[in-house]
Every structure is written in C-alpha cells, then in structure tokens.
Design a protein around this ligand. Structure first.
Ligand code: FPP
Length: 246
C-alpha cells in the first residue's frame, strides 16, 4: 500500500504548520550558493501544498521569513523576497484552480512594496476559495505577535471597549495575526533541528511536534504523508487520561 493510501482521511490534522529549515545546508553540501537552496526550497513548497491538498488538510501555515531573518546578508534577503514574488506570479493559477486561499501573517508592511502588492493581489483573488487555506508567515515572530496583541487589548481596556474580566483565550485569539485560523494540530520542522524558533508559540499549545532530518529542499509529498501517518499514531489527550478518551 502506498503511503497516501495508509492515511486515515477522516483523521487528517486540520492545521499543519511547517518550519522549513535546511535550505542553506542543502546548498552547502553541494558546493552551491545558499540562494540555490532557497530556489529548490520553493519547489518543496509547491510539492507540500499539493500533498496537503491531496489529503484534505484544511490549513497549511509555512514559516517563510522570520523577523530575525532580516539580519541575513542583504543579497540573501533580496533573493528571498524576489523568490516570493516570482513564486506567487508563477503559481497563482495553480493555487486558484485548486481552491486554495492565500493568507499572510506577520509584519507585512516591512516587506518590499512589490511583494506587498503581489500578496494583496493573490489574497484578493483567492479570498472565496475554501479547499485549503495557505498561510505564509512573513516577517513573522511569535513574541512580536504577542506584544502587538497585548498592546491592542490594553488599549481597548483603557478605552472601555473590553473589560479586564472579559479577557480570556478567545479575546487573545481574536487579536493575534492568526485570528481566522484554528489551533495547530501538527508542527513539522525539517533539517534535524529541534526548536520552535519563535513560531506560533500560542497556537501550538496542544500541537503534536514532528522533527525530521530531511533538509527542506529534499522534502517531498511522501515526507508529508509520513508526518501525517506518524501524527495518526499518537494519542492526543489535551490534559485528560487515556481512559477518559475511550
Ligand atoms: C530556512 O533555511 C529557510 C528560510 C529562512 C526561508 C524559507 C524559504 C523558502 C522555502 C523558499 C521560498 C518560499 C516561498 C514561500 C516561495 P536556512 O536558510 O535557514 O537553512 P540553513 O539552516 O541550512 O542555513
């Protein structure tokens, strides 16, 4: 039986988030420039979106550029931004045809204007699609997001829009960049590193974590299927006992 046939389609994680790591090491191993690792990484993005679509995942969130990534050499940052724009231009038709809705989280106003414009266009054109929500985390940092959220809520309390007693999980959720997304069910990180790196700290409270040694540019559909199969063999207790779940 192929890997996809082994997946229980009724128990697919609704929201998968991915820390796509290892582009630089993939290139270095081959004596290539880092940017070529990112180019191959963009192909792995396509492959992963397709695989998510085939299994019926509802939400796929990709960590494409962190707030800390701005500290990389300018040439690499420029390449990543250009790759974002060219990938959106190239893949827009396929995304749309497959019912994919594009969404972004992060400080989008930090991005070059041509990237902002391209993103806004694709977001607008795909806003009625409902098969899969693809969220790109761009200039995203989870602490940054939490600080922004606290400030907004504090401002509303100060202006009597929210009362202190009413602050709860859902109020916080409503102020995060991810306000329209469900909690993450499965978080994947490639390249052998076992860290969260400031990604969706609030949203992964009960996520299953899956680490693989595969470098992101080598990540294939089958690798997503393996991660989903691994997830399906776990017992998610949400603080309860095994017996209570039966
Ligand atoms: C981490 O690898 C990857 C990134 C910082 C960028 C992710 C970007 C892509 C996958 C390509 C384009 C994306 C889109 C959405 C079109 P690294 O450079 O940190 O690798 P290293 O740890 O081996 O140096």
């Amino acid at each position: 039986m192929s890997l996809i046939e082994q997946i229980d389609l009724a128990k697919v994680p609704n929201h998968i988030a991915v820390i796509m790591d290892g582009n630089g090491r993939w290139a270095k191993k081959r004596g290539l420039l880092r940017v070529l690792g990112h180019e191959k990484g963009a192909k792995a993005v396509q492959e992963t979106i397709e695989a998510a679509g085939k299994t019926g995942v509802g939400y796929l969130t990709l960590y494409a550029f962190s707030t800390e990534n701005w500290n990389r050499p300018k040439s690499e940052v420029d390449k990543l931004m250009n790759l974002l724009v060219s990938s959106l231009k190239k893949e827009f038709k396929t995304l749309h045809k497959n019912g994919i809705q594009l969404n972004v989280i992060g400080n989008i106003e930090d991005l070059p204007s041509k990237a902002q414009k391209e993103l806004q266009e694709v977001i607008e054109k795909t806003k009625n699609n409902n098969k899969l929500t693809l969220t790109l985390a761009l200039s995203y940092g989870s602490r940054d997001e939490i600080v922004k959220t606290v400030r907004e809520i504090a401002h509303k309390v100060k202006n009597n829009i929210i009362s202190l007693e009413n602050i709860d999980d859902s109020i916080i959720n409503e102020h995060l960049y991810t306000q329209n997304l469900p909690d993450v069910d499965l978080l994947i990180r490639t390249s052998g590193e076992q860290r969260i790196s400031n990604f969706l700290l609030w949203q992964i409270a009960y996520a299953e974590l899956y680490f693989t040694d595969i470098l992101w540019p080598d990540f294939k559909k089958e690798d997503l299927y393996k991660a989903i199969l691994n997830y399906q063999n776990r017992e998610r207790r949400f603080g309860k006992t095994s017996e209570q779940l039966k």
